[in-house]
Design a protein around this ligand. Structure first.
Ligand code: PMP
Length: 363
């Protein structure tokens, strides 16, 4: 047995995470650059103070008030008559999806996604001893729906993980994909990861609309992105009640602290304010795409709050040169590509200025 006695599958692996560097312009983890107002922060603080007076007791294990709040919010953004017993939450949607794999994956079962995609998916599979299959996206990062359907039919994965929009490419799923894949998956779950769902284009439906129609559909969301609450760690899902009840079997008791529940509930009361810059961020995203194309870059169409662009012979050198200029972006995606999160107008101006200089020296 090696020391420390790490299991074989983990030997050589590094903990996942983007560099956390204290630089002036941070455009690397797809956060909302506009934080809560002092009034919202005061309300969160008051709610946490109230919770603090009861911290000698364990929190509400079923986080009933928060579930009601999340349900109301989802019903206002694509959900149709969802009820609190169809909603579940954990410490970030990462934990929500880890619980999904713990409940529905496992030895002898397969999880499927389509690469390039969110780099944590294979880690949920590894951690839950689920076999991981990554099929490929097309050159423009879209899915060939016929091929995807065939693969799902053949493999019959226990869980299909599909972000819409996809990270790191920003690609949205076409609306017909969700029903097609749910039908192909049989009793396997289709998880549509809408971490960036609020950034979708006007008129594009959320997969939440289809929860009534498909019993194997799960839609995950997070307060970390559009909701401007990454620091609070609150992710959630909507699905049929029997799916939620199955997840409750694997959750650790009291996994959502009283502080987290109070914070998230207070934030939900400020939803219009916290989400108030989403429209601006969409406009900034579209103008970033256009500007990058004008510079001669290849750019993936994005429905999210980030843009994948390239291609560079030495992307690390470009990333480093931007960092040297005080702009932190993400070295991720296929070889040669880089991802920039959409920041404030000022931050994007700093990004454009720095990249203009860098492109002149790193073609
Ligand atoms: N899904 C996708 C596609 C993401 O990009 C992220 C975060 N980068 C997450 C889920 C997880 O976010 P969180 O745990 O903060 O909810």
């Amino acid at each position: 047995m090696p020391w420390p006695p790490l299991r074989d599958a983990l030997v050589g692996d590094e903990p996942y995470g983007a560099p956390q560097l204290d630089v002036p312009v941070q455009l690397n983890t797809n956060e909302n650059p506009y934080g809560p107002s002092p009034a919202a922060a005061d309300d969160v603080a008051a709610a946490v103070r109230e919770a603090a007076l009861g911290l000698n007791r364990y929190p509400d294990r079923e986080f009933s008030a928060l579930r009601r709040g999340l349900t109301d919010y989802l019903n206002s953004d694509g959900g149709r008559d969802l009820t609190p017993d169809m909603v579940w939450a954990a410490n970030g949607s990462n934990e929500v999806m880890m619980q999904i794999l713990q409940a529905f994956g496992g030895p002898g079962r397969t999880a499927l996604s389509f690469a390039p995609t969110y780099a944590m998916y294979p880690e949920y599979a590894r951690n839950s001893l689920t076999e991981w299959v990554a099929a490929r996206r097309e050159d423009d990062f879209s899915l060939d729906l016929d091929k995807a359907r065939q693969l799902v039919q053949e493999l019959q994965p226990a869980v299909v993980l599909l972000p819409s929009p996809n990270n790191p490419t920003g690609t949205a799923l076409p609306p017909e994909a969700v029903s097609m894949l749910c039908e192909a998956a049989g009793n396997g779950l289709v998880v549509i990861d809408e971490a960036y769902g609020e950034f979708r284009r006007d008129g594009v439906p959320s997969a939440l609309e289809l929860i009534d129609t498909h019993r194997n559909l799960v839609v995950t969301r997070t307060m970390s992105k559009a909701f401007a609450l990454a620091g609070a760690r609150l992710g959630y899902l909507a699905a049929r009640q029997e799916v939620v009840d199955a997840i409750r079997i694997v959750r650790l008791p009291y996994h959502l602290s009283a502080v987290t529940q109070a914070t998230a509930l207070a934030a939900l009361r400020h939803a219009p304010e916290l989400l108030g810059r989403v429209a601006d961020l969409r406009i900034e995203r579209d103008s970033t795409v256009e500007w990058l194309r004008d510079q001669g870059c290849a750019v993936a169409d994005s429905d999210a709050n980030f843009v994948l662009f390239g291609t560079f012979a030495d992307r690390h050198a470009v990333w480093q040169a931007l960092l040297d200029a005080g702009v932190l972006i993400r070295e991720t995606g296929p070889e040669g590509w880089l991802r920039v999160s959409v920041g404030t107008g000022e931050e994007m101006a700093a990004f454009r200025a720095a990249l203009t200089d860098v492109i002149a020296t790193h073609p």
